[in-house]
Design a protein around this ligand. Structure first.
Ligand code: ARG
Length: 461
C-alpha cells in the first residue's frame, strides 16, 4: 500500500522491510489521547483564525470524539502501514468524516506534532510520578514519627560509626526523595513549552494563534524558535536524568533494606508478602523486590546514555533518529513509576527489630566521639581528645572491655578530667539526645522535622 499522506512524489510503494523497520506505531500508540487532544486544540484555533469554517470545526471535533471513544474501547483499527500514531488518527478521522478530515494538518507538521504530543503525554506521567514521590516521602516521614526515638546503628564505610535514631535514617531517605520532587518539578517546567506552530522547521505561512493553543493545552509558554522546537529533546533528557536519580536513590535504599534483612544483621522485618522463597533451600526468605529495583536501575541509567548518544551528533533540525527517543524515555518512566510505587508499599511494612538494633548500635565503641567531645568541653583541643579516646579504645580492646564497663579509675589513667558524669554521657540515649542542632539525630529534631514534612505534603495536591 502506498502511504497516501506523503506518497505524492513517489512512483513506487514503500519496501515491506523498510515499512517494518521505520514504523513507530508499536511504541508511539500510547500517544493517541494526547494526539487527539492536541489536534482538537489546533483545529479550534484554525477556526478562530478563519482557516476553517465553524461547521468544519464542529464536524472535525465530533469526529475526534468518536475516534477517541473507539480508541478507548479498543475498536479503532490500527495499521503499521500508516507508520505512526499521528497518521493513524488522521486516517481514522478521514474515514469517519470524509474529506474535511484532511484539513487538520493545515499549518502543522508531524515534526511539531510529535514534539507536542510527547510533551503532553510526559507531562501527565510526571504528575503521576510526582504523586508517587510524595506518597513515598509521606511513608518515610510517618515511619520516622513512629521510630523517632529508637536507637539504630549508624555506619560510615559500612563500619559501626555512631548511634542514630531510626527516624533520622528514614528522614535521610525522605531528604533524597524530596530533592527528586524538586527535579521533577523543574523537569515539568522544561516540558511545559508548546512547540506546535513551528511546523516542519521554519514556521508556516498561515497566521496562527499559538498562544490560544498553549492556553487550551495548559502549556505555560510557546517555543521561541521553530528550528530548535522541532529538534529539541532536552526535556526528555531532563526527565531521563531525573528518573536515573530516583532509581539511584531507590537502589541505595534497596541495598540497605537487603542488608538489614540479612539474618546476620537482622535489623528489620518486612511483610512476608514482599518476600519470596527458594526452590531448593527451604529456610530462605529472599528480598527479591529491593533486589529487582536495584537491578532495574541499570536499564534506566542505560536509557539516559542511549538518549545522550542519540542526540549528540544531530544537526538541526528534525532527523528521523529522533523517533528513537520515545522507546527509551517511555521505558524509563514506566520502570521508575513502578519502582517508586512498589518501594513505597514495601517500606510501609518495615518493622524495626528494636532489641537487635540497640545491640548493634552499642557494639564497637560507637559513643567514643561523645567521650572525645566531653573532654573538649573541658578544655582539651579536639585533636588531643581524639588521641586520648583512641588510647582508651585500644585499652578496652586489649582488655576485652567496653567503654561503659571501665571503672572511673581506669578512665582517669587516661585523663584526670574524666568524672563520673561520663557514664551518663556515653549512653546511647544521651548520645542521640544531645545532637540537637538543626539536621542532627535527636528524637526531638526527628519528630519536629518529620511533622514538618507531613504538614507540607498535606498542602500539595
Ligand atoms: N514517527 C515520527 C517520529 O516519531 C513522526 C515524525 C515524522 N516526521 C518526518 N519528517 N518523517 O519522529
Amino acid at each position: 500500500m502506498k502511504n497516501k499522506t506523503w506518497s505524492g512524489r513517489f512512483a513506487k510503494a514503500i519496501n515491506e522491510d523498510v515499512l517494518d523497520f521505520s514504523q513507530s506505531l508499536t511504541i508511539d500508540i500510547v500517544l493517541y489521547d494526547a494526539d487527539i487532544m492536541v489536534t482538537e486544540a489546533h483545529v479550534e484555533m484554525l477556526g478562530r483564525c478563519s482557516h476553517l469554517k465553524a461547521t468544519e470545526v464542529k464536524k472535525i471535533k465530533a469526529g475526534l470524539k468518536k475516534i477517541k471513544k473507539l480508541a478507548h474501547s479498543g475498536e479503532l483499527p490500527w495499521s503499521i502501514e500508516l507508520e505512526d500514531v499521528h497518521m493513524n488518527i488522521e486516517h481514522a478521522l478521514i474515514s469517519e468524516i470524509g474529506e474535511i478530515g484532511k484539513k487538520i494538518h493545515l499549518g502543522r507538521s508531524r515534526n511539531d506534532l510529535v514534539a507536542t504530543d510527547t510533551r503532553v503525554y510526559l507531562r501527565e506521567l510526571i504528575d503521576v510520578m510526582l504523586q508517587h514521590i510524595r506518597e513515598l516521602q509521606k511513608t518515610c516521614a510517618s515511619l520516622a514519627v513512629k521510630y523517632n526515638d529508637c536507637i539504630f546503628p549508624g555506619y560510615t564505610h559500612l563500619q559501626p560509626a555512631q548511634p542514630v535514631t531510626f527516624g533520622h535514617h528514614l528522614l535521610a531517605w525522605q531528604s533524597m526523595i524530596a530533592r527528586d520532587e524538586i527535579r521533577l518539578m523543574n523537569t515539568r517546567s522544561m516540558i511545559n513549552v508548546l512547540p506546535l506552530g513551528s511546523a516542519a522547521m521554519s514556521g508556516t505561512t498561515f497566521k496562527l494563534d499559538r498562544n490560544y493553543v498553549a492556553k487550551k493545552l495548559n502549556f505555560s509558554t510557546v517555543s521561541k524558535n521553530s528550528m530548535d522546537a522541532v529538534s529539541d529533546r532536552d526535556y526528555i533528557l531532563d526527565f531521563s536524568y531525573t528518573d536515573s536519580m530516583i532509581m539511584m536513590h531507590l537502589s541505595r535504599i534497596s541495598e540497605e533494606i537487603i542488608l538489614w534483612l540479612n539474618p546476620q544483621f537482622n535489623l528489620i522485618d518486612i511483610d512476608e508478602s514482599f518476600c519470596t522463597g527458594s526452590s531448593i533451600m527451604p529456610q530462605k526468605k529472599n528480598p527479591d523486590v529491593p533486589e529487582l529495583v536495584r537491578g532495574k536501575t541499570g536499564s534506566v541509567f542505560g536509557n539516559l546514555f542511549g538518549l545522550l548518544t542519540l542526540m549528540k551528533g544531530l544537526p538541526l533540525t528534525y532527523n528521523r533518529d529522533l523517533q528513537e527517543d520515545k522507546g527509551l524515555i517511555f521505558e524509563s518512566v514506566d520502570t521508575t513509576i513502578t519502582c517508586v510505587d512498589i518501594m513505597n508499599k514495601l517500606i510501609k511494612t518495615i518493622k524495626l527489630n528494636k532489641d537487635r538494633s540497640l545491640d548493634l548500635a552499642s557494639s564497637s565503641f560507637t559513643t567514643a566521639t561523645d567521650l572525645a567531645e566531653y573532654l573538649s568541653k573541658k578544655g582539651i583541643a579536639f585533636r588531643d581528645s581524639h588521641h586520648i579516646v583512641g588510647n582508651i579504645v585500644k585499652y578496652c580492646e586489649s582488655n576485652k572491655k567496653t567503654l561503659e564497663n571501665l571503672s572511673l579509675k581506669e578512665f582517669q589513667k587516661f585523663s584526670k578530667l574524666i568524672d563520673d558524669d561520663i557514664y551518663n554521657i556515653i549512653t546511647l540515649t544521651n548520645s542521640v539526645k544531645s545532637r540537637i542542632n538543626e539536621g542532627s539525630t535527636s528524637p526531638k529534631n526527628v519528630l519536629k522535622a518529620a511533622k514538618k514534612v507531613l504538614d507540607s505534603l498535606k498542602n500539595k495536591k
